[in-house]
Design a protein. Structure first.
Length: 158
């Protein structure tokens, strides 16, 4: 099994949507047809507007098919002690097709993503680890976020 790694391009959008749906189903449970339809109607336009700009996506390919992805969305914020240049990124959608897991693909995707973050001079990468990915992320240098602040969110429109 030969795996090739590269940066995603707009020609990959259909496959990126497919893998995003697979990731979401693995993380949240099977999506209903309305959820799938909503994501499929919005995500291609989003990817067209952001891919190669503030969104960097690494992919793994085997036999001409995308089998893994790793997404990084860069954000510029006002500089602070935690990010002195004001440049951070959220890492998400780290996903490898179940057939290709436990072969080092996710690690290689993350290493490539970290190299890109260094080239972009990002101060910090942030992610929310699943139980499955936690040890991988720790092994490549991510640390559990310990903060005196409580992480919160607000669901606008619900």
């Amino acid at each position: 099994m030969e795996v090739a790694y590269r940066v995603a391009k707009t020609d990959d959008i259909e496959e990126l949507v497919r893998l995003r749906l697979e990731y979401l189903a693995a993380d949240f449970g099977e999506l209903d047809s309305g959820q799938k339809e909503g994501i499929c109607s919005i995500l291609p336009d989003y990817l067209n507007r952001h891919l190669g700009k503030d969104l960097h996506v690494e992919v793994a390919c085997c036999d001409g098919k995308l089998v893994g992805t790793c997404w990084m969305l860069a954000v510029e914020k006002p500089a602070s002690i935690a990010f002195p240049h004001g440049l951070t990124a959220a890492v998400f959608n780290v996903y490898v097709d179940p057939t290709y897991r436990r072969k080092g693909i996710a690690r290689k995707l993350m290493e490539r993503l970290i190299n890109q973050a260094k080239l972009l001079r990002l101060d910090r990468l942030e992610l929310r680890a699943t139980a499955m990915g936690h040890e991988l992320y720790r092994s490549i240098g991510f640390v559990d976020d310990e903060s005196s602040h409580t992480s919160m969110n607000y669901a606008v429109g619900q």
